[in-house]
Write a protein that binds this ligand. Sequence first.
Ligand code: CA
Length: 232
Amino acid sequence: MRLLLVEDDVMIGESVLDALRGEGYAVDWVRDGHMADAAWSTEHYDLVLLDLGLPRLDGLQVLKKARARRDRTPVLIATARDAVNDRIRGLDAGADDYVLKPYDLDELQARIRALLRRAAGRAEPVFEHGPVRLNPATHEATFEGQAVQLSQREWAVLEALIARPGVILSRTQLEEKLYSWKDEISSNAVEVYVHSLRKKLGADFIRNIRGMGYVIARDASGPAPTDAGPDA
Ligand code: CA
């Protein structure tokens, strides 16, 4: 998952950046409203964490511009505890939720997970598909009931695919989920992560559609279906 962090305070920004990267998100950080608007209108993000008090262009304007171009990216606004009117204006301008500053980082992470879940059309906090189960809150993965250790980037690839079974994601789309601006992308990185995921989850779970990308079959039951049977 790739996030845009908009925060002009360097100390706060660094601590939030560390916390989000620690959870395995690819994060781009910008410190003023113009940069936020430029990044947001050119890159694809899964979520924007938007401080409202920003130099050059305030966060509310950045948000309004995004919604005016029909950008539906989930937005979490950050406001001071006593700034009730900012929160109301932000929500009415198209924000999906808010967090209070100073940030409680655990609460921030939970709200981000909730928004990503809703944006993907899910209510359940855990991804469960065929033999694979992923819990984004605890970072626990299981295959046929057995714990599986995944690297952050293996997790990111798997999460992107399992969030939308049946949807083919190209290598470029997966790279966007994995890397922020600052990261060097090696040309075969996605293939490497898929290859190691196949070793852990069986060769059939993630399918390679030649020339198009990767997909998890909508009806994936995996190599050894459980007795519960597939979802109706
Ligand atoms: Ca600020």
